[in-house]
Write a protein of this length. Structure first.
Length: 88
């Protein structure tokens, strides 16, 4: 096929094919990065944010339990009322 062509033509042909392959692989890599970023963003929005919200709810729940335990142990209604106002 390339028996009657010059070395210049052969080199240009090989370089052209390699350039096209390099651009194609680069475009495929950019598509992969974009797809990966979308997946990480979905994981963040779907799983991490609700986890932080659940953690906040648990913190409030533990504080309520601590206030209730302190109110029971104090055996003083004034302390119990003060703890109740603080938790609101």
């Amino acid at each position: 096929m390339f028996t009657n062509t010059s070395i210049k033509f052969r080199l240009m042909f090989v370089m052209s094919i390699l350039s096209v392959l390099m651009v194609g692989i680069g475009a495929l890599g950019l598509y992969g990065f974009n797809h990966s970023n979308t997946g990480v963003k979905n994981v963040y929005q779907d799983r991490l944010i609700p986890s932080v919200q659940l953690g906040s709810i648990l913190d409030v729940w533990y504080q309520v339990r601590e206030n209730a335990r302190n109110a029971i142990e104090s055996k003083n209604t004034a302390t119990a009322k003060a703890l109740e106002r603080r938790s609101e």
